[in-house]
Ligand binder design. Structure first.
Ligand code: AMP
Length: 198
């Protein structure tokens, strides 16, 4: 993959129960600053989304926010951003974020975070892009999801190579090191057919 220009961070529109989640968002922003990597995210100023964007601005990280017009008031757009892009739909938001990012990180978050992250993962699986996808596993928040992914491999619904392509670390620097070394998995999702193809 090599040097990253900009990563997408998907994270909760809520702050979560543990202050460690907010601290991790601030830490990720600091690490992006140290590595000269820009941020693209959902453009809101609430929850962990707001936390990482404010910390990124404090550390002079270039930030692009992409928010659909119907969420501008509801999620309270981060109007302090130099580059806040208001788009017409969720689909446009995801397409813009996917185009702008060299990689995708999910911090702790809810259903929206999971949806956005797994769309990026499934598009990698289909080779619609070859960008790294990783979970920033703050305080074991994603441990049961990782266990479930291993279960899905054992049950032969997910190929080991596609599971392995989901990078996981509790440490943002380690995760971004993994991103820079990342090579896309082989493009064989649909090639072998029939029972036991995984
Ligand atoms: P959540 O993780 O549920 O707090 O949501 C985090 C972000 O994901 C928010 O900006 C939501 O607007 C966004 N989101 C929620 N549902 C979806 C969806 N179906 N597709 C894309 N983004 C979503």
């Amino acid at each position: 993959m090599g040097k990253l220009t900009r990563v997408a961070v998907f994270c909760g529109s809520s702050p979560g129960a543990d202050p460690a989640y907010r601290a991790a968002a601030r830490r990720l922003a600091e690490v992006l600053a140290g590595r000269g990597i820009g941020l693209v995210y959902g453009g809101a100023n609430v929850g962990l989304m707001g936390e990482i964007a404010r910390a990124a601005l404090e550390h002079s990280v270039p930030v692009i926010g992409v928010i659909p017009d119907f969420l501008v008031d509801y999620e309270v757009a981060m109007t302090e951003l130099d580059d806040l892009r208001i788009v017409g739909s969720m689909h446009e938001r995801k397409a813009a974020v996917a185009d702008l990012a060299d990689g995708f990180i999910a911090m702790p978050g809810g259903l929206g975070t999971l949806e956005e992250f797994f769309e990026a993962v499934t598009w990698a699986q289909l080779r619609l892009h070859s960008k790294p996808c990783g979970l920033l596993d703050v305080n074991g928040y994603y441990a049961r999801l990782v266990d479930f992914l291993d279960h899905a491999v054992a049950e032969r619904f997910v190929k080991p190579a596609h599971r392995a392509a989901i990078l996981v670390s509790h440490d943002p620097d380690t995760l971004l090191d993994q991103f820079e070394r990342y090579e896309a998995p082989p493009s064989d999702k649909w090639i072998e057919r029939g029972p036991g193809r995984i």
